[in-house]
Write a protein that binds this ligand. Sequence first.
Ligand code: DAH
Length: 344
Amino acid sequence: MQDRINRIIEEVEQFRPSDREQVEAFRVKYLGRKGILADLFAEMKTLQADQKKAFGQLVNHLKTVAEARLEEFNSHFESDGDNRIPDGMDLSLPGYPLAKGSRHPVSLTRKKILDIFQRIGFVVADGPEIEDDWHNFTALNFPENHPARDMQDTFFIRQDEGGNSIALRTHTSSVQIRVLEHTRPPVRILAPGRVYRNEAISARAHCFFHQVEGFHIDKNVSFADMKQTLLYFAREMFGSEAGIRLRPSYFPFTEPSAEMDVSCNICGGKGCNVCKHTGWLEIMGCGMVDPNVLQNCGISPDEFSGYAFGMGIERIAMLLYNVKDLRLFSENDVRFLSQFSREQ
Ligand code: DAH
């Protein structure tokens, strides 16, 4: 007798309805007025007192199991295809807001830089991130085995068939060569992109970052043209009060070369922590394109001249948004990124 009930319990536990009808059939079969449980309770009444207790306990257990299963089936099929509105649900309430994405501060800053130069006739060009020695170094007047190559710690990838090294580009200046090999001046080009350097990652340096390169080559382009263009850029970017200063510097691909500082937009030039109390912030390298570079691209330096400049996008973004740690730009922490959601 106990075995019989245990078998029924097992049956109930293993039952898997595939639709509502089978759930209803289950209810009728086990819990219905003429169902198995009703029969068992009727049977119990006929038993001797000493058997009643054990029988009653088993039947009650069966009842609990069957009811629990029925409830489980009901809730499963209710959520699965039942279109009735559950009690207490107010369909007129507003939905949950969807979190909107926002532009990355590096993208925002790149766009600001490009917009400013595009307004005065510069156009955007592109180049590969995996570059050969010629475009990244040699054509840019970095002599073979010259210490100038050590200025930029390079990620080398492999050598090509001719024994020339292939590397991740260390700067966007390589796009100068890419463009000038195929385009006759006059050209006014901007080349934004990612660059790579084998450097220890810290708050001030990263193994990859972004630059915008710019250059203008035409007849009679002078250092004064460069100065005026870069002053215009500084004022558009940092405000009409911004001033610039050019300090002599060295790059193999420009002669003369300079580093450009902009007056500190935080303290207005009085001196603060951001500008390390100098009143000035370094924002880019620039200079007159070296005649050797023009020659390497088949352009006569006697006929044409021009200037070039290159700036780090993260560096400008740090100044614009007062960001203290370069690593924030590549960590994808939404607590950082969501702060730019109002920017366009
Ligand atoms: N390529 C330089 C760098 O990555 C930046 C630079 C300096 C670009 C001077 C220029 C330039 O075009 O004229 O450090």
